[in-house]
Design a protein around this ligand. Structure first.
Ligand code: GYE
Length: 314
């Protein structure tokens, strides 16, 4: 009688009880939105990998709001998924919800963007880009490009979403390399939120304010495409009158590099779906995973042979 009562209770409380669990892995994934071609490719990579590996994916799009992500994570906890993975839109503010996941015994994989926390036991591991290194690559390219210049190099930086780990890392790595090179001056730095439309609008306004910009460092290709448009509208030649450095390596940016409108493209690889599924499977089996895994990235510059770059597929 007691056993039957418990069974009835567990069937009625609305959550998915462990004993009802079907064979396959259930992964709850909270994505931040669809702000760029990079992001759309990232979402597709995860969906395709889950599908081909027979993983049941609960995929939530947070429409660029941290509160929506927190709601999604909470719903995954209530549903008792096997593993949670998410892209933290900004670095801070995750401790409470991660504590809830930990208390529920659900391992959490963080991907693409990093979090700031004093408690590393709140998540199992991270897989994604090394943003600080991307920023360093941008700085190193600029040093090379302007190595023989005698007058100051005036740089505009259009950064990503404020408080997000790629915006922080890309800004810090860049400054780390330029430190001590006093001729390299960041005359203007502003967030374009990783959006093409903002890249265009900001650059249009910046070009009204300054007429002596030597280089633009843009934290993603989406914004760069808007920046190129604004520069051309002004009657200037991007890549020649103004040196352009961009991050992501979507096809349109590679095309612009090959046309000479962009000088340096730093790759950020969005196709992490298969690795995410591998890691989620390990976590579901109770295995541990590396706490930090950075994906392979390349740098393409105007100094390279650009004929053989593989199609990026997005
Ligand atoms: O560079 C950008 C995107 O978080 C690293 O987010 C990612 C960035 C990527 O929308 O295009």
């Amino acid at each position: 009688m007691a056993v039957l009562f418990c069974l009835l209770l567990s069937a009625c409380d609305g959550s998915r009880k462990k004993e009802e669990k079907p064979e396959g892995l259930i992964l709850g994934f909270s994505q931040i939105g669809a702000e760029s071609a990079w992001r759309k490719c990232n979402s597709l990579s995860i969906k395709e990998a889950a599908e081909s590996r027979g993983v049941q994916l609960l995929f939530e799009n947070a429409e660029q709001k941290q509160e929506n992500q927190i709601k999604a994570l909470r719903s995954f906890i209530v549903y008792q998924v096997d593993v949670i993975a998410f892209v933290p839109i900004v670095a801070g503010g995750w401790d409470n919800i991660l504590k809830e996941a930990k208390d529920a015994g659900i391992p959490v994989l963080i991907t693409d963007r990093k979090i700031e926390t004093n408690d590393p036991s709140l998540f199992a591991g991270f897989i994604g880009t090394d943003s600080r290194q991307e920023g360093r690559e941008a700085g190193l390219f600029l040093l090379r490009k302007f190595s023989s210049r005698k007058s100051p190099v005036r740089i505009v930086e259009i950064s990503g979403t404020e408080g997000s780990s790629p915006a922080i890392g890309r800004a810090e790595g860049f400054r780390e390399i330029l430190e001590g090179h006093d001729d390299f001056q960041i005359i203007h730095s502003v967030s374009g939120d990783f959006l093409r439309s903002k890249g265009y609008e900001l650059m249009r306004d910046i070009l009204k304010r300054y007429d002596d910009i030597n280089a633009v460092y843009s934290h993603n290709d989406g914004m760069t495409l808007g920046i190129l448009e604004a520069i051309k509208e002004k009657g200037l030649s991007p890549g020649k009158d103004i040196v352009i450095i961009t991050i992501d390596a979507e096809q349109a940016a590679i095309d612009a590099l090959q046309r000479g409108e962009v000088n340096c493209v730093i790759e950020c690889n969005p196709k992490t779906g298969p690795d995410i599924i591998d890691l989620a499977e390990k976590l579901a089996r109770g295995e541990s995973i590396p706490p930090l895994q950075h994906v392979q990235e390349q740098v393409f510059t105007e100094y390279d042979d650009l004929s053989g770059i593989e199609p990026r597929g997005y």
